[in-house]
Write a protein that binds this ligand. Structure first.
Ligand code: ARG
Length: 484
């Protein structure tokens, strides 16, 4: 069974059918209590409606625990086998959508365990020997996140491949985009260079998620409530069975820590911020004002009142969802701050932000990967914008600096050239050699070439720059990475 095989929330009809279905079950902790729970209190306490997403990994953890109990002679081999078969039956019921969730059973753990006992009889009650829901839920969450992060990393790799592919596509013939600083035209760049900038960013995002994944992959199981147990359990065995690198060394840490979830949420929030920046540029560039991108019909929406509209709703949503993901991180960080060791029920509130951030990021990555190849980039308006707005002024200054004029002086002088152009309604490319020389005698016959886009692009051949040769080098390295 794969831990990535996460249980999905069943349709509301199935859920409603399940709530409180059948007779009111016996609470697993009911022994100490003589009074029935208040209905509101019970509803408030329950987490089954969202933590049922942990059901399959919960069973995976229980299978490992039961087998270990049998192996260690804590329960008999037959009992272990009975538990195994019962758990597999529950597993199947969940996959088939036949499982009846009961609110009175509070959470996923007690729903599964109670159903197990219904199937196998009193021996079901032996499963929880040497275990607590505290180590159980921490184990489940780590298993679930491990599966989810692997799936997210696969989707993210597909997006990174798309970025590389787009960079390759627009390299020859090279498509030129105005590069911006302060949202003012600054210097022309290759569109491929722009795509590769986002490739680098998403690659670091993947690295952060991978780091979180590596660090969370250790086993809390066997920490029991908080202090370990007197039973002769083998924590190495359960850790190994579940594919964890090792059992966690400290039982209090094992049940009381959620920094693994915080770290994941931080990485997801940063990742979503990257996506929101790509999305923002799509929104901007597909606007009438920029006109660099035409959106494919399949990825735009119309207006219910303005017939001419074609809106970048999907990109806007990706941008907007960054707030939501960051909110999930902040929610959990706030929850954790000042929480004393070890388990506190506050920790039940960790799940929804985790699920939501994973779902949001995963859906956004998928959508972007599907949308990017369909964008139609418009070479003419892009080139026109790239060469106007004096974006090649730096080249005129660099030229003088190469001839020995101190750069500050050259900068000042070209500032005067720009002002001259402004006063005479000219762009830099309209200047004759004579006009350039009237500003400085160092301008020679090759100087007017500087005001051509291609020259400007080719000049920036420093490592990491936008010249085609530099971009090609970066592209080759990226290709190797995504094709591994
Ligand atoms: N539903 C609980 C949670 O999500 C499971 C652990 C409950 N443990 C306890 N001691 N009440 O955190």
């Amino acid at each position: 069974m794969s831990s990535g095989d996460n249980a999905r929330t069943p349709p509301p009809s199935a859920r409603e059918g399940g709530v409180g279905g059948g007779s009111t079950p016996q609470r697993t902790w009911g022994g100490r209590f003589s009074e029935a729970p208040n209905e509101l209190a019970q509803q408030f306490n329950a987490s089954w409606s969202f933590d049922q997403r942990l059901a399959l990994v919960d069973i995976e953890g229980s299978l490992a625990h039961a087998a270990m109990l049998g192996k260690q002679g804590i329960i008999s081999a037959e009992e272990a086998e009975t538990l195994r078969r019962g758990l597999l039956e529950v597993h199947q019921e969940i996959l088939d959508g036949q499982f009846e969730w009961r609110e009175a059973l509070e959470d996923v753990h007690m729903n599964v365990e109670t159903r197990l006992s219904e199937i196998v009889g009193p021996v079901g009650g032996k499963l929880h020997t040497a275990r607590s829901r505290n180590d159980q839920v921490a184990t489940d969450l780590r298993l679930w996140l491990r599966g989810e992060l692997s799936a997210i990393l696969t989707e993210l790799k597909a997006l990174r491949k798309v970025l590389v592919h787009q960079a390759q596509k627009y390299l020859e013939p090279p498509l030129i985009l105005p590069g911006y600083t302060h949202t003012q035209r600054a210097m022309p760049v290759l569109l491929s260079h722009w795509f590769l900038a986002y490739y680098e960013m998403t690659t670091r995002d993947a690295g952060r998620l991978q780091d979180a994944l590596n660090r969370l992959n250790e086993s809390p199981l066997g920490a029991a409530a908080l202090a370990g147990t007197g039973f002769p359990i083998d924590r190495y065995l359960t850790a190994q069975t579940l594919g964890f690198t090792r059992p966690m060394r400290n039982s209090m840490d094992a049940v009381g820590s959620r920094d693994f979830a915080l770290e994941t949420l931080a990485a997801l929030a940063i990742g979503q911020i990257t996506l929101s920046r790509i999305a923002e540029e799509i929104v901007l560039y597909s606007s009438f004002e920029f006109g660099f991108i035409s959106l494919p019909d399949a990825f735009s929406t119309g207006s219910s009142i303005m017939p001419q509209k074609k809106n970048a709703d999907h990109a806007e949503l990706i941008r907007g969802k960054a707030g939501r993901t960051l909110g999930s991180f902040v929610a959990l960080a706030t929850l954790m701050k000042g929480l004393p060791l070890t388990y506190n029920k506050d920790l039940q509130e960790d799940k929804e932000p985790i699920f939501d951030a994973c779902d949001t990021y995963r859906a956004s990555v998928k959508l972007l990967a599907a949308m990017l190849p369909g964008l139609e980039w418009k070479p003419q308006p892009m080139a026109k914008a790239a060469e106007s707005g004096f974006s090649l002024a730096t080249d005129l200054a660099d030229y003088l600096a190469e001839k020995g004029v101190p750069f500050r002086e050259a900068h000042h002088l070209v500032g005067r050239i720009v002002r001259y152009c402004g006063e005479h309604g000219k762009e830099l490319r309209d200047l004759s050699l004579g006009e350039l020389q009237s500003f400085h005698p160092a301008y020679e016959a090759d100087a007017p070439l500087l005001t051509r886009l291609e020259t400007a692009i080719h000049r920036r051949h420093s490592y990491g720059g936008t010249a085609p040769e530099a971009v090609k080098e970066a592209l080759e390295a990226a290709k190797l990475e995504v094709n591994q």
